[in-house]
Design a protein around this ligand. Structure first.
Ligand code: NAP
Length: 266
């Protein structure tokens, strides 16, 4: 496939008020894409939109929205299209984790996590699969995690949501092959963002070194641009994901539990 011409795109970026989402917005705007920025914190989105419009001359629309609400994808598409905004790219990035023994987790918070990390991502992907495909040059990026490659004790529900995102997105990659739509699951290792504040624990990185958002997003966009792009890319923390492919399952789970306990007590 040809390299993506980002100048003719309108890209929705969810979770654009901080971290990886804000960086996706910055790097896409630098490639001259128009943007729709979605998250709950309107003031942050508006500041970023003003900055990107001023710096790159792109059109940026802000939608302050809780994507954890039911039918988030269909509702967003209907609203944008009623305003004449037709997206050709989608970055499903919004997500959060929670770092605790499962029995101590707040059940409502777990439901919200599944609603955002899984249900909203699926609903948005489904709402936009046809328009992104018919755009001819469209793309769908879903942000998973290296934690999607193996069970994650003490981040048990979060890791399972990311395993879902990885599996789901790789399936879409195969289903849409040859249609012109590019699909990519992005699997970062630990990244320096507000994720750890939201997760309520700085040790949710299992004690590993954190990459910059710049590195992760650049790797994602460079991978998407490859002539024969893979269904997923590990942007950092590759040894952890690779170990889980070759070691016995029982050993992997135990090692993950040991690393998590060690990081919690460090
Ligand atoms: N940081 C890491 O180490 C790491 C590693 C692997 C994967 N990831 C994944 O990367 C993605 C981005 O996370 P990040 O690291 O950039 O963390 P972050 O800085 O905390 O960003 C999370 C984003 O999601 C948005 N969000 C949270 N709840 C939302 C809701 N209910 N509705 C709409 N937006 C919501 C937040 O905005 P508002 O609060 O304004 O709504 C924020 O913009 C997530 O999917 C995360 O799982 C992160």
């Amino acid at each position: 496939m040809r390299r993506i011409d980002y100048r003719h795109q309108t890209v929705i970026v969810t979770g654009a008020s901080s971290g990886l989402g804000a960086e996706f917005a910055r790097q896409l705007a630098a490639r001259r894409s128009n943007l729709v920025l979605v998250a709950r914190r309107a003031d942050r989105l508006q500041n970023l939109a003003d900055d990107l419009t001023r710096t790159h001359g792109v059109t940026v629309t802000v939608v302050a929205r809780d994507l954890g609400l039911p039918d988030a994808g269909r509702t967003l598409r209907a609203e944008l299209e009623s305003r004449g905004i037709h997206a050709t790219g989608l970055v499903n990035n919004a997500g959060f984790g929670s770092h605790d023994p499962f029995r101590d987790e707040n059940p409502e918070r777990l439901q919200s996590m599944i609603a955002l990390n899984v249900a909203a991502l699926v609903d948005l992907s489904h709402a936009y699969i046809d328009p992104l495909t018919s755009a001819g040059n469209g793309f769908l990026i879903n942000v998973a995690s290296i934690l999607g490659y193996q069970p994650t004790p003490y981040l048990s529900v979060y890791g399972a949501t990311k395993a879902f995102v990885l599996s789901f997105t790789e399936s879409l990659w195969e289903e849409t092959r040859g249609t012109g739509l590019r699909v990519l699951a992005v699997c970062p290792g630990a990244v320096e963002t507000e994720f750890y504040d939201a997760a309520g624990s700085q040790s949710a990185d299992y004690g590993s070194k954190r990459a910059t958002v710049d590195h992760v997003v650049k790797t994602a966009l460079d991978t998407l641009d490859r002539r024969s792009a893979p269904p997923s890319v590990i942007t950092n923390g590759r040894p952890l994901a690779l170990a889980s492919k070759v070691l016995p399952r029982r050993l992997v789970v135990s090692a993950m539990g040991w690393m998590a306990r060690r990081a919690m007590h460090a």
